[in-house]
Design a protein around this ligand. Structure first.
Ligand SMILES: NC(=O)c1ccc[n+]([C@@H]2O[C@H](COP(=O)([O-])OP(=O)(O)OC[C@H]3O[C@@H](n4cnc5c(N)ncnc54)[C@H](O)[C@@H]3O)[C@@H](O)[C@H]2O)c1
Length: 310
């Protein structure tokens, strides 16, 4: 297949590109390197099947030749990145989604959008099934990300209804693993770096908010199953193993054999109190479930962070 992937220089995108090249697909990455790294692509540039277009997805995307699949991942994704780049985040989710859908329409290509559990906002129900509409603050401090993704979902759904675009949406829950940026403020890398440096672990609030962490190879397997599926549905892709942020900190301190304590900071506005995916739909329709347990995934991630911490 000829696959166009926006955001392919980022954390999850790089893992997907690796898989596609292993399967001998032709891969075109479209990325403006806002949060992704050119160095992430170094291993791929040797491949004749790989090419890179340095472009912001808010611009027209010109691709010569046939395209079989468009995957739209491009977006700031960590709270630090979208807080620092609110307008670009809104444009990547809105104009970028329309542009990538236009490309899929012009090329008669299949389409996949990576949405997020953040479309559920601060949910009143747990676990969250795809049928839950969410509770999002439309003008709060996270709204540039949450609402951009909600718009993106609406755009994909309309292009599917009106133009019969063969599309699917995956709502990813917190994903972690090797190749995450170490300084973009995501909780798993923050805690590992602080634990390895013997610094106190920064916890916002009391640490009793819950999250569900999915190892990156499981997330990537879920995305590929959704790509291959005939279904034009929305799927939660995440690990239902829900833990509190304090438990995550304690686990990381124990696995790194660190002596770090905890430094409690004020809880930011609109921080969700709970996150747990209902993955019955992905299990039933995609025959997908996560395989990597938290300690196994954290150990792999800790090993990678140790090797990459300067
Ligand atoms: N990692 C997670 O836990 C998680 C959870 C839910 C959803 N997601 C979604 O998965 C996708 C990938 O996330 P990630 O964790 O790999 O993030 P990432 O920041 O590592 O990768 C995002 C990539 O998109 C690129 N990008 C951003 N804005 C762009 C623009 N305007 N034009 C072109 N390129 C642009 C960045 O340079 C980067 O390479 C995102 O859509 C994100 O919303 C991720």
């Amino acid at each position: 297949m000829n696959i166009v992937i926006t955001g392919g220089a980022g954390f999850i995108g790089t893992h997907l590109v690796e898989k596609f090249l292993e399967k001998s697909h032709n891969v075109i990455v479209v990325d403006n390197l806002l949060t992704g790294l050119k160095a992430n692509l170094d291993n791929f540039t040797k491949s004749k099947n790989f090419s890179f277009i340095d472009l912001d997805v808010q611009n027209h995307i010109q691709i010569d030749g046939e395209v079989d699949y468009v995957l739209h991942l491009a977006s700031a994704a960590s709270p630090k990145a979208y807080t620092d780049n609110p307008i670009n985040t809104l444009k990547a989710g809105s104009i970028g989604t329309i542009n990538t859908l236009g490309l899929a329409k012009a090329k008669h290509a299949k389409y996949l959008l990576t949405s997020t559990s953040e479309v559920y906002g601060d949910p009143e129900i747990s676990p969250q099934p795809e049928s839950y509409w969410g509770r999002v603050n439309p003008n709060g401090v996270r709204s540039m990300y949450d609402e951009a993704k909600r718009f993106a979902e609406a755009a994909v759904s309309s292009y599917n209804r009106i133009y019969n675009i063969d599309s699917r949406i995956v709502r990813l829950f917190n994903t972690y693993g090797p190749k995450m940026k170490l300084n973009d403020g995501r909780v798993v890398t923050n805690f590992i770096v602080q634990a390895l440096n013997g610094e106190d672990i920064t916890i916002y609030g009391k640490g009793n908010q819950t999250r569900s962490f999915c190892y990156v190879s499981d997330t990537v397997a879920g995305i590929i199953k959704a790509m291959d599926s005939e279904s034009n549905e929305v799927f939660n892709i995440g690990n239902p193993n829900e833990i509190t942020i304090l438990q995550l900190a304690e686990t990381i301190v124990q696995l790194t054999e660190s002596k770090s304590g905890v430094n409690y900071q004020e809880l930011p506005d609109d921080d969700p109190t709970q996150r747990k995916p209902d993955i019955s739909k992905a299990k039933n329709i995609l025959d997908w479930k996560p395989d990597i347990g938290l300690e196994e995934g954290l150990n792999k991630t800790i090993g990678w962070v140790k090797a990459n911490l300067n």
